[in-house]
Design a protein. Structure first.
Length: 533
C-alpha cells in the first residue's frame, strides 16, 4: 500500500491537507443535488414528469455503483493531479450539458456522465483522506464524517436547489455547482505529487473492469426503470417493462457467470458464507425501507399542508442537526467498543418513536413548525443506524473481501432505495383508490361532515361575489381536494403504523441473533466505497 508521502509534497501543513481534500469532496454532493432537486421544480424546468425526475436520479446512482471499480483502476495508473483535472473539467462540461438539456433522453445521458466524472473525483479524495487516517479512532471519525455527509446531502442539496429554483435562477444554480469544483483542485494541484500509485504499464482494457461496468450499469438502470415506471405503464401490460425485464435478466446472468468464473471478480461471492454479513445486509435493506417512509412526510408537508418549498427545506435543517447528533453518538459508541447490538436497538427505538408519534400527528390543520422535534428525532435515528450497520457487514468478512462486501452493500442500497419509491407509489395509489371507492358508496346527503363543509364553501364563494352556479362548482372542487387530502393522511397513518411493526420485528431479530457478538467491528485497513454518494 502506498504511503502518505506518495501523495503530498514535503512541508504541507496537516490542516491544509484536510481543507483541500474536503473542499474538493464536498462539491460532488452538489452534483447530486442537480439530480435530486425538488421534483416539482425539476418538472417545471425540464418539462418532464415526476417519474422522469426520479429515474434520472437512479441513472446517476446506478452508474456510480458500476463505475467505481473501473474508476479506481484508472485512478491508480494515472498521475493524481492529471486525473483530478480531467474529471473536474469533464464534469463541468456534463453539468453545462444538463443545464442546456431540452429533452429527457439528453438529460439522462448527461446524468450518466455526471456520475462517471463524480466518481473519479470521489475516488481521489477518499483514497487520500483515508490513507491519512491511520489510527482506528481516526478512521472511525472519518467513517462517521463520510456517512454523515451522505445522510445530510439530500437535505442540503434540496435546500440549495429549492433556493435556486424558487428564485427562478437556474443559471446561477448550475454556475455555482460548476465553479464550486475549482477551489479544491487548485489547492491540491500545489500540494500533491503528480505520481501514479502504481508504476505505469500497458494493460489490457478487459482487465480494467469495463465489462463489469457495462453489465452492472445496465442491470441497475433496467431494474430502476421497471420499479419507477412499472406502476405508470401498467407493469407487464406494457412492452417497455417487458423488454426492460428481459434486458435485466440477460445482463444479470452474464454478470453472474463472470463472477463465478473470474479469478478476481468484481464481487467475490464468498462474502455470502458469512451469516453476519447476510444479517447486516438484511438490516441495511430494512433501514432503507424505513428511511423511504420519510418521503411520505415530505409529501405531507408540500402537498397536504401546502408549505412553501424553500421554507420547508430550511426547516429540514433540523433533520440535519439530528443526523449530526446521531452520527457523533454512534461514532463515539463505536470508538468506546459499546456492544453494537445496543447501538442498533437504540437507533431502531428512535425511529420507532418518530414513526409512531408522526402517525398521530398527521392533520389537515397542522403547521410544518409543529414537527421540528420529530425531524430531529428522525435524524438521530438515521445517524445511529447507518454507519454501524455498514461497518458491521464490512467487518463480518475477511479483509481481502471487504471491497466486495462494500460494493454489494451499495448495490443493495440502490435496489431497495428504488424499491421503496415503487412500493410507496403502488400502495398509495391502491390504498387511496380503495378508500375512495368506499367513501363514494357511503357518500350522500346524510354525511353531515362533508355536507356541512360543502355548504360552508358555497357561502364562502358567494360572499366573494361569485354566482351561485359557479360557487357550487368551486365548492365541489374544494371538497374533492379535502377528501383527497384526508385519504392521503389515512394512508400515511396506516403506512407508518406498518413501519412501526417492522421496527418491532427488527428489534426482536437483533436481540435474538446469536452470532452478532462474533464480529468485531474493525475498519483499520478499509475505507468507504466511493459509490456511497
Amino acid at each position: 500500500m502506498p504511503q502518505e508521502h506518495h501523495y503530498f509534497k514535503i512541508g504541507v501543513p496537516e490542516w491544509f491537507k484536510y481543507v483541500a481534500v474536503i473542499t474538493t469532496l464536498f462539491p460532488t454532493i452538489m452534483v447530486f443535488s442537480a439530480a435530486t432537486v425538488g421534483i416539482p421544480q425539476s418538472m417545471g424546468y425540464y418539462g418532464i414528469s415526476a417519474n422522469d425526475v426520479q429515474f434520472g436520479m437512479l441513472v446517476f446512482y446506478a452508474v456510480v455503483v458500476g463505475y467505481t471499480p473501473l474508476g479506481s483502476n484508472f485512478f491508480s495508473r494515472l498521475p493524481p493531479v492529471t486525473y483530478l483535472w480531467i474529471s473536474v473539467l469533464l464534469q463541468a462540461l456534463a453539468l453545462y450539458g444538463a443545464y442546456q438539456a431540452k429533452s429527457l433522453e439528453f438529460l439522462l445521458v448527461m446524468r450518466f456522465f455526471n456520475a462517471i466524472f463524480n466518481t473519479g473525483i470521489n475516488n481521489i479524495c477518499l483514497d487520500i483522506l483515508f490513507r491519512k487516517l491511520k489510527t482506528p479512532n481516526a478512521r472511525e471519525i472519518g467513517y462517521g464524517f463520510f456517512y454523515g455527509m451522505i445522510l445530510s446531502a439530500v437535505v442540503l442539496c434540496g435546500l440549495l436547489g429549492a433556493y435556486s429554483f424558487e428564485n427562478q435562477d437556474v443559471n446561477s444554480f448550475y454556475r455555482f455547482v460548476i465553479f464550486s469544483f475549482l477551489p479544491g483542485p487548485i489547492m491540491l494541484t500545489f500540494i500533491l505529487r503528480n505520481k501514479p500509485l502504481v508504476p505505469f504499464k500497458l494493460i489490457r482494457l478487459s482487465k480494467m473492469g469495463w465489462t463489469d461496468f457495462v453489465l452492472l450499469s445496465v442491470v441497475m438502470i433496467s431494474v430502476g426503470y421497471v420499479l419507477i415506471y412499472g406502476q405508470e405503464l401498467g407493469w407487464y401490460d406494457h412492452p417497455h417493462i417487458i423488454w426492460a425485464t428481459v434486458i435485466f435478466v440477460i445482463f444479470l446472468v452474464l454478470e453472474l457467470f463472470r463472477l463465478l468464473n473470474l479469478e478476481n471478480p468484481y464481487i467475490n461471492l464468498s462474502i455470502f458464507k458469512s451469516a453476519n454479513f447476510r444479517f447486516g445486509i438484511l438490516l441495511l435493506i430494512i433501514l432503507y425501507f424505513i428511511r423511504g417512509g420519510f418521503n411520505l412526510t415530505l409529501t405531507y408537508y408540500f402537498e397536504i399542508l401546502e408549505s412553501p418549498v424553500l421554507e420547508t427545506n430550511e426547516l429540514l435543517l433540523f433533520n440535519v442537526l439530528g443526523i449530526l447528533i446521531g452520527c457523533v453518538a454512534s461514532t463515539y459508541m463505536l470508538i468506546k467498543k459499546i456492544n453494537i447490538r445496543l447501538i442498533w436497538i437504540g437507533g431502531f427505538i428512535t425511529m420507532f418513536l418518530y414513526y409512531g408519534l408522526m402517525s398521530f400527528r398527521f392533520s389537515l390543520n397542522a403547521s410544518v413548525e409543529d414537527f421540528i422535534i420529530l425531524l430531529v428525532i428522525q435524524g438521530i435515528g438515521q445517524g445511529l443506524l447507518m454507519n454501524p450497520i455498514i461497518e458491521f457487514y464490512i467487518s463480518a468478512v475477511p479483509a481481502r473481501l471487504s471491497a466486495s462486501s462494500a460494493t454489494f452493500g451499495v448495490m443493495m442500497r440502490y435496489v431497495f432505495f428504488a424499491t421503496s419509491l415503487s412500493f410507496i407509489s403502488y400502495t398509495q395509489i391502491h390504498s387511496i383508490a380503495e378508500h375512495q371507492q368506499q367513501l363514494t358508496q357511503n357518500f350522500n346527503s346524510v354525511n353531515v361532515h362533508y355536507q356541512n363543509y360543502l355548504n360552508q364553501m358555497k357561502i364562502h364563494f358567494e360572499n366573494q361575489g361569485i354566482l351561485a352556479g359557479k360557487s357550487e362548482i368551486l365548492a365541489n372542487s374544494s371538497l374533492r381536494k379535502v377528501v383527497q387530502k384526508e385519504l392521503f393522511i389515512e394512508y400515511a397513518q396506516n403506512y407508518y403504523q406498518w413501519i412501526c411493526l417492522l421496527i418491532i420485528v427488527t428489534i426482536i431479530l437483533v436481540i435474538l441473533m446469536p452470532t452478532i457478538n462474533k464480529t468485531v467491528v474493525n475498519i483499520k485497513n478499509k475505507r468507504p466505497f466511493g459509490a456511497g454518494f
